[in-house]
Design a protein around this ligand. Sequence first.
Ligand SMILES: [Zn+2]
Length: 222
Amino acid sequence: MNKSIILLSGGLDSLVCFGLAKDDYNIELALTFDYGQKSAIREIEASAKITEYYGTAHKVIKLDWLKDISDNALTSADKNLPQGLDNPEESVKSVWIPNRNGLFLNIAAAHAEAGNYSHIIIGANKEEASTFPDNSQNFIDAVNNEFRYSTMNYPQVIAPLINLDKNGIVGLALKHNIPLDLIYSCYDDGELNCGKCESCTRLKNALIFNGASEYVDTLFNE
Ligand SMILES: [Zn+2]
């Protein structure tokens, strides 16, 4: 029987991964990372709601040092978060965290080896791979190759959304009744998703594309 770990930020991609993979991959542990990002508390709250909904153990891992070694808009109070989708190359530079997905997957692999988990699930997807190389299939393949050398049990990384953009991801969520009302997908800290940052803009556009305006009304702060 498979036994899996999921990387859970509490946002759209990781929730939809959870809903799609829970039956086939027997997800028993969700890992949420607090690296000092502005949205950390909201992400932890959303992830706790999601793991409660699916009945899965939840562990928050603190990586305080990560914000100390990098200067970016996700963690630095004096840097503005990218708004909208007009300038993706500038945007990716401003929110890039050094080796983030590589680090997260290696921490998950250590848990997978210690607890004998067979799979690690991540919400990497085609839309983000267009600007973030650590969301690409090549990256997933490279990490799987790495784990053949760095672990004794070779946990396999699975990315169920790797061929999907945000419109497709929201479409699947609606088709499978995945509870989108539980997510926090914003780069900023707030009672609700801000509705203006790059991450919120991608989510909002995909909800509108799929005719899910009820979530536009309830998830965003406007
Ligand atoms: Zn936002």
